[in-house]
Design a binder for this molecule. Sequence first.
Ligand code: FCX
Length: 435
Amino acid sequence: MEVIKERFKAKAEAAGAEIKDLLKEHGSKKIGEVTLSQIYQGMRGITGMVTETSLLDPKEGIRFRGYSIPELQQLLPKAPGGDEPLPEGIFYLMLIGEIPTEEDVQLLTSVWQRRSHVPNHVFDVIDAFPISAHPMTMFVAAIMAMQTESHFAKAYAKGINKKDYWGYIFEDSMDLIARLPRVAAYVYRRKYKNNEHIQPDGLLDWAGNLAHMMGYEDKSFFELMRLYMTIHADHEGGNVSAHTTHLVGSSLSDPYLCFAAGMNGLAGPLHGLANQEVIKWIFEMREELNTAKPTPEQIAEYVNNTLASGKVVPGYGHAVLRKTDPRFTAQMEFGKKHMPNDPLVQTVWNIYDTVPPILTALGKVKNPWPNVDAHSGALLVHYGMNEYEFYTVLFGVSRALGVLASLCWDRALGFAIERPKSVTTDSVKAWLKGE
Ligand code: FCX
């Protein structure tokens, strides 16, 4: 691990020096303007922070350190005999800024294996919930329970030089990522599998082990988990889960506190919970229409009913994207390869043909195309994972990779506490009158 830590330190020091020079020369340049509408409408389009790990192009979709998803599917190391990238690789790329070698990825796999021990009191906390509790509630509580293990919190309490913050944040981030598959699998089996748990397999990679501990041994499900954990990892800095983690971190909360906060944001239906909403919505459609494979006409009618009842079509639309999400496309490709005749997966594709023109016709939806959440559930159901309330936990385990790599960068670059200005409508009215 020291190797990767040293590489990160060298990269962060070089980037820090570059940013210092950049600000010295260009610090007073304007990067944008802010309209009144923007501050009332979710700050959409305001450039307001720096996130090094990934960048979202409205038309092209996400690029991780400059690499698109199809490029990463080619370039990142795979498991023996596998076709999908290992998520260890995307974490390395986001953290260090370079495509890892096979050895780099193997090193991360073995470090995360070694650090994956979860203290018993964390399981006690999960066990204390009624079985009816939402898996995201149990997941977040477990992350909070693990905060007892924070190196950063302990060191800060003793007193540390601000130049050393990043090292503790780095260690905590590694520990936390290493522990998440065990925690997620425990939540899954507590809620859905009679509280019968499966021990980790010391020979498996991070995502493969998650699949194994959840109780899925199909090798193509392992592949799905590797792809899933890779494509959900990061989506630049302004989305709710990434921004929350970053914001909370700016007050020097440790990675456990920051990540738990980010996960509370992911649990909202307009963000990560949309993946469960999509499958719930499709299941309800199939039940109402009494068919496993609704026709395009039936889908169109169901979509119109959803809209007429004042609800959003889950899995469609995006605050930044203006084209089909490449994360949707990557999952569609996976579906074509592994399960082209699955009726639920085909329904997802039929919805893809049907929904965009309907949303476009509304005239107000800025992006009628599907996002990542429109597809993920159908792939999981194919392997028997029907428990859709659990889906956002999987999204959360993956999102840890991006937001915690970013948190390491935030502290290494010494980013300040976040504190944007807010106004009242009375103060806006006074400003408009020139007062
Ligand atoms: N169905 C119906 N109406 C939609 C819609 C959809 N899928 N997407 C946007 N709209 C509506 C908005 O509700 C808004 O209506 P209003 O003016 O009456 O309030 C109008 O279109 C303009 O919104 P728009 O600017 O296009 O979208 P926003 O940036 O405000 O919101 C989200 C973006 C993603 C929140 C929105 O498209 C949505 O609610 N989609 C469905 C939920 C979803 O799939 N979320 C997951 C997103 C993402 F991938 C993730 O975080 O995981």
